[in-house]
Design a protein around this ligand. Structure first.
Ligand code: R5P
Length: 296
């Protein structure tokens, strides 16, 4: 297997190639004056398996197009198999049709990747594992769990005074995992998002967190509405401390400023999306390990 680092993930691609001792295919990459991407693959790909490493946030549409351009050209020059490793997979949240003719972006995106030449997609903690694995069955897919790396980070911090809490029941499996692995209790709030106004109502389900160290866990933060409402509710129950831990940190920097301003002691995410304004848990070695165990 060879690694091809896409324009969005040059450092990550190099890191994975180094960690796995794989050769890196050079990619000439520049921007035309209209903002479109020029790409040229510089290296042998015939009969080679190639792993494109390219994240799909920010600039989702541009990043997807670049992947499709690269995958299509790899296939044109007879690469034997094309993988995509995108630490965060965009367009995965519209995974079912709620109203007539609503576009299931997750399905269409997977179809487009497949039709452009991608044979296999690897990502971390996709929004809905069931939808990801069942949609577009001709495309091979791997949803890699980053929870063991988060557990290793947390085990140096937590003691018996910690509780892990989710903002809604959608994160119950992850809460259960950390509860079992770290021997701490878990609980979740009840979240209702009005389908028309998108307004969130957060309710308590009997939290016992006074004087406890609380970790609020979510899979993703975008507008920050969920996290902010959940943090406010938790803080009103007078915990000793509150950490906000999120897997995919998509929100704009001012959202994290606000979260800290309302009294959250620490914000942590993984670097499926790299940023410098919060503490991050490294994902590259988990990706390399998965690739090695599965494909090498
Ligand atoms: C919802 O089911 C997810 O787990 C997140 O809580 C949600 O997508 C976060 O979005 P926002 O930051 O816009 O509230």
């Amino acid at each position: 297997m060879k690694i091809l680092a896409g324009p969005a993930s040059i450092e990550l691609g190099k890191k994975i190639a180094n960690e796995l001792n794989l050769s890196l295919i050079n990619l000439e990459n520049k921007l035309f004056t209209d903002g479109e991407t020029y790409l040229q693959i510089d290296g042998e790909v015939e009969n080679e398996e190639v792993m494109i490493v390219q994240n799909t946030f920010p600039n989702q549409e541009k990043r997807l197009i670049e992947i499709m351009l690269i995958a299509s050209t790899l296939k044109e020059f007879e690469a034997s198999k094309v993988y995509l490793f995108a630490p965060y997979l965009c367009y995965a949240r519209a995974d079912r049709r709620r109203i007539a003719k609503e576009i299931i972006s997750h399905k269409v995106t997977l179809e487009l990747l497949y039709k452009s030449g991608v044979d296999s997609v690897l990502t971390f903690n996709v929004h809905n594992r069931e939808a990801f694995t069942s949609l577009v069955p001709e495309l091979e897919k791997y949803d890699i769990s980053i929870l063991p790396e988060i557990r290793d980070y947390l085990k140096d911090i937590v003691d018996e005074n910690f509780v892990i809490v989710g903002p809604d029941r959608g994160i119950t499996n992850e809460l259960q995992y950390f509860s079992d692995e770290l021997t701490i209790p878990f609980n979740s709030l009840d979240k209702f998002r009005d389908p028309e106004t998108h307004e969130i109502t957060m309710t308590d389900t009997g939290l016992d967190i006074e004087d406890k160290n609380v970790i609020l866990l979510d899979d993703v933060i975008t507008s920050g509405g969920t996290a902010i409402d959940a943090c406010k509710l938790i803080l009103s129950r007078k915990p000793k401390s509150l950490f906000f831990l999120v897997i995919h940190a998509i929100a704009k920097p001012d959202v994290f400023v606000k979260i800290k301003e309302i009294g959250v002691d620490k914000v942590i995410s993984t670097n499926t999306i790299t940023r410098s304004d919060i503490e991050q848990i490294e994902i590259s070695s988990a990706a390399s390990k998965f690739i090695k165990d599965k494909f090498l």
